[in-house]
Design a protein around this ligand. Structure first.
Ligand code: SDX
Length: 431
């Protein structure tokens, strides 16, 4: 990181402590408190990490004020328009856009890792058919640790590389199998003649009884959705993967932990929760009722797909997703989708409301994605698995980056203790 001569001075009980200030290539300066406890005997306190950097990184940068998202410096709107998911995977993993030859080699490598061990098919049958696909994915991805022993030694860079390729390649297969299992249809094997997004759609929607032709419109929309979800700095699930891997856990177990964290409705589960909310609203005349509920401190209801810890302006991914929603529904001939009308009117009314303006609450990546995914034929239960599939490259890139720092150590936060101080045990007859 770029050290600077700047320092911050902390004064406690009349004693001053100088703390180094680190200057990033973009974003706010960072006060280095690594020696604070040793020098001053105090902790800092920041539940939820609203003001705390957990690491340094060169992968993704978000300017929440401008509503800008950069992957290795490239803005997400340009990548969504001009690139495609596997090229973005290469960029996130290796730091630069690939040459044509390097891209061909990478895509071929990923394509040839898309099958999962045949014995893993048995894991699915241990789940109830109505299990949420995220439950299945957590289980099956974690179980990969029991099959791919030649890529679990994290001290070996070559094994880390193979594990990275396997994760990116196999997640669509596992997600599609979770879907097929939930609807009682046979698994569809990956095909090497299809691109990444087309292969996923084929594994989800093909049936043995007839030929399934992937619609190029859907494939392009699917690929763009993958790209928009690929990585996002140190969000909750990425931080989970980093913390899990800091103990030396194998990559499959760490990604399974990331999937579990992403499932929550405050995080990746919001895309499912948002579409369910839009359907509950049902029509534009009920929007004021729900906006009032979202503003009511005594009502736990929140507008799903709205708000963000970092973006205090429009989430650039939501802008691209909104354009995509219009395009995909139009190209699919889905005229006047009532849910899309509700979403657009809800966005309009919320953004005109002082509550949302003052709190800088804008639509996030999850606000429009569900509308597209439902139009493509996915049930709401598959929305978060698709988010997990897309974010695997982000988790893996951040996981790899953590190992590139020889000084990385196990994450072990401290606490502000408010419990009982030392006291002796009291026998039950004396209580
Ligand atoms: C993702 O971190 C990432 O980058 C995540 C993600 C990624 O790509 O990895 O971008 C993906 O998780 C997007 C977010 C999806 N979640 C939702 O859409 C769920 C609804 N949103 C909220 O729960 C909330 O906005 C969060 C969780 C997204 C952010 O929460 P914060 O940063 O902890 O903010 P907060 O809860 O402290 O809210 C600040 C204020 C509060 O009011 P006050 O207590 O200050 O009076 O804004 C209010 C909140 O009540 N508020 C909302 C709201 N979100 C925040 N009020 C109504 N509706 C909402 N959606």
């Amino acid at each position: 990181m770029t050290d600077s001569t700047k320092t911050a001075t902390l004064t406690i009980d009349g004693q001053s402590f100088d703390l180094p200030v680190l200057s990033p290539t973009a974003g706010p300066d960072v006060i280095d408190i690594r020696k604070l406890y040793a020098d001053a005997g105090v902790f800092t306190y920041d539940p939820g990490f609203t003001s705390t950097a957990s690491c340094d990184s060169t992968i993704t940068f978000i300017d929440g004020g401008k509503g800008e998202l950069l992957h290795r410096g490239y803005p997400i709107d340009q990548l969504a328009e001009k690139s495609h998911y596997l090229e973005v995977c290469y960029l996130l993993l290796y730091g630069e856009l690939p040459t044509a030859a390097a891209l061909d080699k990478f895509e071929d490598t990923i394509t040839r890792h898309t099958m999962i061990h045949e014995q893993m098919h048995n894991f699915f049958r241990g789940f109830r058919r109505d299990a949420h696909p995220m439950a299945t994915m957590v289980g099956v991805v974690g179980a990969m640790s029991a099959f791919y022993h030649d890529s679990t030694d994290i001290s070996d860079p070559h094994q880390r590389e193979i594990a990275s390729h396997r994760m990116i390649a196999k997640m669509p297969t596992i997600a599609a199998m979770a879907y097929k299992y939930s609807i009682g249809q046979p698994f569809v094997y990956p095909r090497n003649d299809l691109d990444y997004a087309s292969n996923f759609l084929h594994m989800c929607f093909a049936v043995p009884a007839e030929e399934y032709q992937v619609d190029p419109i859907l494939s392009r929309a699917m690929d763009r959705i993958f790209t928009l979800h690929a990585d996002h700095e140190q969000n909750a699930s990425t931080s989970t993967v980093r913390l899990a891997s800091s103990s030396g856990a194998n990559p499959f177990a760490c990604v399974a932990a990331g999937i579990a964290c992403l499932w929550g409705p405050a995080h990746g589960g919001a895309n499912q929760a948002c579409l369910e909310m839009l359907k509950e609203i049902g029509s534009v005349d009920r929007i004021p009722e729900f906006i009032a509920r979202a503003k009511d401190k005594d009502d736990p209801f929140r507008l799903m797909g709205f708000g963000h810890r970092v973006y205090k302006n429009f989430d650039p991914r939501a802008k691209v997703m909104k354009q995509s929603a219009d395009e995909v529904l139009d190209l699919l001939g889905i005229e006047d989708n009532p849910i899309l009308q509700v979403a657009k009117e809800l966005e309009k009314q919320a953004l005109e409301d002082p509550y949302f303006a003052e709190k800088k609450l804008f639509p996030n990546v999850d606000f429009y994605s569900g509308i597209i995914l439902e139009a493509m034929g996915f049930p709401t239960s598959m929305f978060t698995p698709i988010f997990a599939l897309s974010r695997t490259v982000g988790w893996i890139s951040q996981w790899k980056e953590q190992f590139s720092d020889p000084a990385h150590k196990i994450g072990r936060p401290r606490q502000l203790y408010l419990g009982e101080t030392y006291r002796d045990y009291v026998d039950v007859e004396n209580r």
